[in-house]
Ligand binder design. Structure first.
Ligand code: SAM
Length: 210
């Protein structure tokens, strides 16, 4: 599967790894203007390493839900177009604001992803992708509520964390329930377990139902 424009495989310590061009954010190794995109610290990075067809491209407009202190969304902003980064915890958002200082296309928003009406006046609609990595109960509902920002052929790229839904349930049962709810708003195109990089996470690529 081809990588988005602006993402390359480069050699770090003798191994081919994903990389984007930008200022380092989390102590990752660099090679000239390139910095390693660590799939062990990024679910979207893991999706790319697993060759999932994420259909992201350089200059895409992206809404990123659950940005934390900016590890993954900084890589997205390195290759994408306008990148809106929603995070509801104030402390990581402070770091995120710093990450955005040298990325003019990255817009941090201290908002709750369950309440898109609180940022709908800031985030443009007709975006190419919603990337979701929110550690919260009701991950399918979060995705459904944020579908409004995507154009008809846009993509949801979600990492579903089983333990955020139910710490005691079998992850397979949790994923089945989440996918059933997700299918009300999206057509699911591809799924993959991310366990090689992230325990008990399911990656989902989906497009809005029209
Ligand atoms: N995506 C980040 C990365 O790869 O760099 C890591 C995200 S971390 C696993 C999950 C984040 O979701 C946390 O920072 C948490 O505060 C945030 N979160 C949980 N519920 C949220 C909500 N309802 N709205 C916004 N952020 C939320």
């Amino acid at each position: 599967m081809s990588l988005p424009d602006g993402v390359e495989r480069r050699t770090f310590d003798g191994h081919e790894r994903l990389a984007t061009r930008g200022q380092p954010v989390y102590g990752e190794p660099t090679d000239g203007p390139w910095r390693l995109w660590d799939a062990g610290r990024s679910k979207l990075g893991a999706m790319l390493e697993l060759d999932m067809d994420v259909e992201l491209d350089g200059d895409d407009g992206v809404l990123y839900l659950g940005a934390a202190s900016g590890t993954t969304v900084s890589h997205v902003a390195d290759f994408a177009g306008p990148t809106y980064a929603v995070e509801f915890a104030p402390r990581p958002t402070r770091d995120l604001v710093e990450v955005a200082e040298d990325r003019p296309n990255l817009f941090p928003l201290l908002k709750d992803a369950r309440k898109p009406e609180t940022y709908a006046h800031v985030v443009e609609s007709g975006l190419d992708a919603v990337v979701q990595d929110v550690a919260t109960r009701g991950q399918a509902r979060v995705a459904a509520r944020n579908r409004q920002f995507l154009h008809d052929d846009g993509r949801l790229l979600a990492a579903i964390k089983a333990r955020s839904e139910d710490v005691t349930a079998d992850p397979d049962d949790v994923f089945e329930d989440v996918l059933a709810t997700l299918r009300d708003a999206y057509e699911v195109l591809e799924t993959a377990r991310l366990d090689r990089y992230h325990d008990d996470h399911l990656a989902v690529v989906a497009r809005p139902r029209t």
